[in-house]
Ligand binder design. Structure first.
Ligand code: NAD
Length: 501
């Protein structure tokens, strides 16, 4: 569903701009675009029409080695790591400006690479990326270190130092933003970065690297190796000269990164992984129409391919049917269409594999729950991977679709009778990324916010997020936080320096 209130361009204008796109498709290592050492490539496909956008370099361990060496060399030379915070700030602010200057191109790259609405990419993803770089740029020369209270004769300094080489492995659902969440904080802190974007959506990361060079980032400080997870991703995770690995993606792959660290140099691993976020609707909610509109946003935005998607709707039984009716109306209003069409309310699913996975979950759900709207695959002109907005009612709380992350536009509605029952069901999950809660009672809002197992609780809204606040999970949604000053803790080490005088 589009987050934009007015269109940036007409359908025809977006199509014309799309025709002019010439995506970067080589690896970006040490300030240069180059082919993979193996010479291999893989096709980057538009899931809305099955067209091949680019043949992208397929990096593997040899390329990761080169990128890590470039990153290490840059770090050791101090061209960025020893640069003053004011100068780092100037470069990152310039990068934020360049991202804004190239809004249409970046929005198109993400939209065509992974199927999201181009208007959403232009209204949300690209401005978000610029805002995250700007926020860390502005923060980095305002952070002071500490002096310990040792008394006379000693001076004990506690400083935060960049770690060295940060590896970042990110998913395809918000390609530019997920890359930015890692890179902006890690670079602001003075690290060098090697980024491995998802194989489904490598294009915006390559353009970001080019813009970073144009902004003045020294060569070797930001490198992008495109390729598959099992090869390039693993090589980065298991590399002995990577100091820290920041991952966003699925929980099973997150666990692999913990193993890679144990099998190699015990690098720090930070994980932002899956979710199955509950959205609790109490009968005392002031505005049920607003709650329904936001609940629809919470599951249909970005085709439901959102880690914090509100995929479990827990509704107080006294308003169950009337709220369900509102949700069905919302679902009808969010049929998928061409992601380049500004009138579209939902885009394409990222890939054939993800489409099959979603449809298999829907078929499973149909065997034990009531599919009240949607539930079918859709194509446009016989092409593309689309899924209707889908709502299941009276879903058994312990069933597959109530427990598993679907990562598609599929909502499970589950009625509850009491606050305690709602809380118990909300917390009965291996995940704990986010939760939403709708109520007119301030007391209930406070009481439940404290008891919900979630990294972010949104009251009378959904998916609240800003550069100023930490984002990340409890339980198997991972650990460590992106965004806010807290994210800098992941990319710095505390050093104590004693000086006797
Ligand atoms: P994924 O785990 O399959 O892939 C994520 C990244 O890991 C990709 O770059 C991929 O190439 C790489 N990878 C895959 N297998 C690997 C392996 N064996 N070794 C090393 N690297 C490997 O996830 P996805 O399908 O791209 O994205 C969807 C998942 O991401 C969902 O579970 C979603 O919840 C999660 N996600 C979480 C957040 C968050 O902040 N918590 C944000 C966005 C997405």
């Amino acid at each position: 569903m589009s987050g934009a209130s007015t269109s940036f361009h007409s359908y025809q204008e977006w199509q014309n701009l799309a025709d002019q796109l010439r995506p970067r498709h080589q690896l970006f290592i040490n300030g240069r675009f180059e082919d993979a050492a193996s010479g291999k490539c893989f096709a980057s496909m538009n899931p809305a029409n099955n067209a091949i956008l680019a043949e992208v370099a397929e990096g593997d361990s040899a390329d990761i080695d080169r990128a890590v060496m470039a990153a290490r060399t840059a770090f050791d030379k101090g061209v960025w790591s020893q640069e003053t915070p004011q100068n780092r700030k100037a470069v990152l602010l310039k990068l934020a400006d360049l991202i804004r200057d190239n809004l249409e191109e970046l929005a198109l790259l993400d939209s065509m690479d992974m199927g999201k609405l181009v208007e959403d990419a232009a209204a949300v993803d690209v401005p978000g990326s610029a805002a995250f770089f700007q926020w860390y740029a502005e923060a980095i020369d305002k952070i002071y270190d500490e002096i310990a209270p040792t008394g006379a004769g000693n001076l004990a300094l506690i400083t935060k130092e960049p770690l060295g080489v940060v590896g970042a492995v990110v998913p395809w659902n918000f390609p530019l933003d997920m890359a930015t969440w890692k890179a902006a904080a890690a670079l602001a802190a003075g690290n060098s970065v090697v980024l491995k974007p998802a194989e489904q959506s490598p294009l915006s990361a390559l353009r970001l690297a080019e813009l970073a060079m144009e902004a003045g980032l020294p060569e070797g400080v930001f490198n992008v190796v495109t390729g598959y997870g099992e090869t390039a991703g693993k090589a980065l995770g298991i590399h002995n000269d990577v100091d820290c690995l920041a991952f966003t993606g699925s929980t099973p792959v997150g666990k692999m990164f913990q193993q890679y660290a144990g099998q190699s140099n015990m690098k720090q691993v930070w994980l932002e992984t899956g979710g199955k976020s509950p959205n609790l609707i109490f009968a005392d909610t002031d505005d049920l129409d607003a709650a329904a509109a936001m609940a629809a946003f919470g599951i249909f935005f970005n085709q439901g391919e959102v880690c914090s998607a509100n995929s479990r709707l827990l509704v107080e039984r006294s308003i169950h049917q009337e709220f369900l009716d509102r949700m069905i109306t919302q679902a009808h209003a969010h049929q998928p269409d061409d992601p380049l069409n500004p009138a579209a309310k939902m885009g394409a699913i990222v890939s054939k594999e993800q489409h099959q996975r979603i449809m298999a979950m829907i078929e499973d759900g149909k065997t034990y729950a009531d599919c009240v709207v949607g539930g079918e695959a859709v194509q446009l002109n016989g092409k593309g991977y689309f899924v209707q907005p889908t709502i299941f009612n009276d879903v058994p709380p312990d069933s597959l679709i109530a427990k598993e992350e679907i990562f598609g536009p599929v909502l499970s509605v589950i009625p509850f009778d009491s606050e305690d029952e709602a809380l118990a069901m909300a917390n009965d999950s291996i995940y704990g990324l986010a939760a939403s809660l709708w109520t007119g009672s301030l007391s209930r809002a406070h009481r439940l916010s404290k008891r919900l197992h979630a990294g972010t609780v949104s009251v009378n809204t959904v998916d609240a997020l800003s550069p100023m606040t930490p984002f990340g999970g409890f339980k198997q949604s991972g650990y460590g936080r992106d965004l806010s000053l807290h994210a800098l803790d992941k990319y710095t080490a505390l050093k104590t320096t004693w000086i006797k005088y």
